[in-house]
Design a protein around this ligand. Structure first.
Ligand code: SAH
Ligand code: SF4
Length: 396
């Protein structure tokens, strides 16, 4: 990936049509979109492929934000790029670091909305938990984000931008000339922050394609996990169009309880969800589906629940991730006792499924699963306005 010598070219002969509506942000464009945009800005078609490769590497491999630093491009061409494009990330409004090393970033996006991004360092990995929406149109009763009224879909650029700003903060971009460092601070990405990723599918997909691209951030598809509450019609696309791993917020073993906890269950119930999961493309023992199960005291944590869960999972390559409930101000539930959680885990484990208990991280800074909720909520709107703004036709 060594930058090649500048290719001189008289760009003064190129059409100098300036973009309408200001410069285009490169961050979040797919390869095809960026190629088109480079051509529209005056890049000769014959050179478009090469220019695309060069710009892509500067932005996503080297983390460069200033066209002037793209030293393998002719000066005039850099100037042309600077006229037509920006390389812009969402703004980090604040950063909190937990006593356990977890970092939470509050990030401001266009329109003044805010989302949260969490980095969780562990001994063998570093996981970045990113958001797909401001708030969430769904209203799971145990989730803080679900109480936030204002919702808007994030753009692909805002999703990729979360990864890039975390790499900035962690100093993870490679240094030119330095030996290649294979250890990754961000080794995994989970779409488990704010929002339902399958209600913003195209943007999430495009963003993950950028993040997975081998000429850039190059995170392997198996290092990305998308978590859904169970948007059944979109589930298969996760495999066919992104190829990342899937997690499902299961949380209950009867429709009666799941209707209460994950109201989308009223639309697609447990049987329908399981049918979609059984048909999940590419499902295998090496690519199991993660069933997330939040442990709520006296609600879904009995031995009977554990046995029922085992029955429901039969035939699906699965692992069960038990999440001790993370409390938030005014939450209507309590965390199950350690004993209950361990008894539950043992039953699942003895039936042949991995059943790790997730260690809550960053609780002191409200960064744990389900605790995210930004102050954007203050601007309350009607659900009709919210749905219209988010472009959601799901009637949730
Ligand atoms: N909307 C998606 C992804 C974001 S939530 C989904 O629901 O899957 C990520 C995970 O955190 C989900 O499994 C969710 O159910 C869980 N979660 C939400 N609130 C929680 C809380 N207070 N304590 C523990 N886990 C929670
Ligand atoms: Fe939305 Fe997921 Fe929270 Fe449910 S658990 S309200 S789907 S973010």
């Amino acid at each position: 990936m060594t930058p090649t010598a500048p290719i001189t070219q008289d760009v003064l002969t190129l059409p100098r049509k300036l973009p309408e509506g200001g410069p285009t942000n490169i961050v979040g464009l797919t390869r095809d979109q960026l190629r088109e945009a480079l051509i529209a800005a005056g890049t000769p078609e014959k050179q478009a492929k090469m220019r695309l490769g060069q710009v892509w590497q500067w932005v996503y491999h080297w983390g460069v934000r200033d066209f002037a630093q793209m030293t393998n491009l002719a000066k005039d061409y850099r100037a042309l790029l600077a006229e037509h494009f920006t390389i812009a990330l969402p703004e980090v409004v604040s950063k909190q670091v937990s006593s356990d090393g977890t970092r939470k970033y509050l990030v401001r996006i266009a329109g003044g909305h805010e989302v949260e991004v969490v980095y969780i360092p562990e001994t063998d990995r570093g996981t970045l938990c990113i958001s797909s929406q401001v708030g969430c149109t769904l209203t799971c009763s145990f989730c803080h984000t679900g109480t936030q009224k204002l919702v808007r879909n994030l753009t692909a650029g805002e999703i990729v931008g979360q990864v890039m700003l975390a790499r900035d903060d962690l100093g993870e971009w490679p240094v030119q000339g330095a030996p290649k460092d294979e250890t990754r601070l961000i080794s995994n990405i989970v779409l488990m922050g704010m929002g339902e990723p399958l209600y913003n599918f195209e943007n999430v997909r495009d963003a993950m394609k950028v993040v997975m691209d081998n000429e850039g951030i190059a995170l392997g598809r198996r290092r990305i996990t998308l978590s859904t509450s169970g948007v059944v019609p979109e589930i298969a696309r996760t495999a066919t169009e992104i190829g990342c791993l899937l997690a499902v917020s299961f949380h209950a073993t009867t429709d009666e309880v799941r209707d209460q906890l994950v109201p989308i269950n009223k639309r697609w119930n447990i049987a329908t969800l399981l049918e979609a999961l059984r048909a999940y493309p590419g499902l295998s023992n090496s690519e199991r589906i993660t069933f997330e199960y939040v442990m709520l005291d006296g609600v879904n944590d009995t031995k009977e629940d554990a046995y029922r869960l085992v029955e429901l999972l039969r035939g699906i390559p699965a692992k069960v991730n038990l999440i001790p409930f993370n409390e938030w101000p005014g939450a209507p539930y309590k965390r199950s006792s350690g004993n209950r959680i361990h008894t539950f885990a043992d039953i699942i484990h003895n039936a042949g499924y991995a059943s790790p208990i997730r260690t809550p991280r960053g609780e002191d800074i409200m960064a744990a699963c389900g605790q995210l909720k930004s102050a954007t909520e203050r601007a309350r709107k009607s659900s009709r306005e919210i749905a219209a703004e988010a472009g959601l036709a799901h009637g949730q």
